[in-house]
Design a protein around this ligand. Structure first.
Ligand SMILES: [Zn+2]
Ligand SMILES: [Zn+2]
Length: 240
């Protein structure tokens, strides 16, 4: 048995689905330029450091096969498509096939962010499972990298402190200092409110892009598929 490469990530499937809608695999062969360039792109993407079969990692044949896996979900395709394929493919199809503008924006953002220097890429790779989004782990990792910027978060806290006299969670109002005393006096998270699909390396983070939230609310803001906005989370808290 040859060594197996890692399974496809959501990020990779998003880029692949985006290419799918630009160029249906049923109309092209595996050596088509769009397949070749997607293959190269996937090879450059941060994420899969370990590639047991580097030679065949996301090679044009594999990429073409993956493109063809999406045919089975496509009502506009007369054939039946390949019947096998993973659950994640189905999820990515469900999340993006009906909104191709969003798919394109997310794919563009993944591409832009992936071209970032190693420092950011390192943050992307160390992403933890508590923070996830339909847009994939590369954009979430980059989001986390942006909001963890220590000097920016210091500036944000100082600015809020001087304006309001306290560091309260913008969602639930929790103030660490009131509960924990001096120990909690400067504890609060920064959350980057720019939508993931709008993240671009060339746009630097402004203080107004950051919100101060407690770790509980921060975790909710990153929860699963339909991550709530700050306003929506506030409504949930205030609803009972
Ligand atoms: Zn909170
Ligand atoms: Zn966040």
């Amino acid at each position: 048995m040859p060594p197996r490469n890692p399974p496809w990530s959501r990020d990779e499937l998003i880029l692949t689905l985006n290419t799918y809608f630009e160029q249906r695999p049923s109309d092209i062969a595996a050596n088509h330029a769009s397949v070749m360039s997607l293959s190269e792109e996937l090879n450059r993407l941060p994420g899969h450091v370990i590639r047991p079969d580097a030679q065949r990692f996301r090679n044009p044949n594999g990429v073409y096969m993956k493109l063809s896996n999406f045919l089975r979900f496509d009502d506009s395709y007369a054939g039946s498509g390949l019947t096998h394929g993973g659950k994640l493919e189905e999820e990515v199809w469900r999340d993006f096939a009906t909104d191709r503008d969003r798919l394109r924006r997310v794919a563009d953002a993944i591409r832009a962010v992936s071209a970032e220097p190693v420092e950011a890429t390192g943050a992307i790779l160390s992403i933890d499972d508590e923070f996830e989004a339909p847009e994939g782990s590369i954009l979430v990792g980059y989001h986390r990298y942006r909001e963890r910027n220590a000097s920016l978060s210091r500036k944000k806290k100082a600015s809020v402190l001087s304006k309001t006299g306290t560091l309260a969670c913008e969602v639930c109002g929790f103030v660490f200092k009131e509960k924990y005393g001096l120990l909690g006096q400067d504890i609060i998270d920064c959350h980057h409110i720019v939508p993931l699909a709008q993240l671009r390396p060339e746009k630097t983070t402004k203080l107004s892009d950051l919100s101060l939230v407690c770790p509980n609310c921060h975790r909710m803001l990153h929860k699963g598929k339909d991550a709530p906005t700050l306003e929506a989370l506030r409504d949930i808290i205030n609803s009972d």
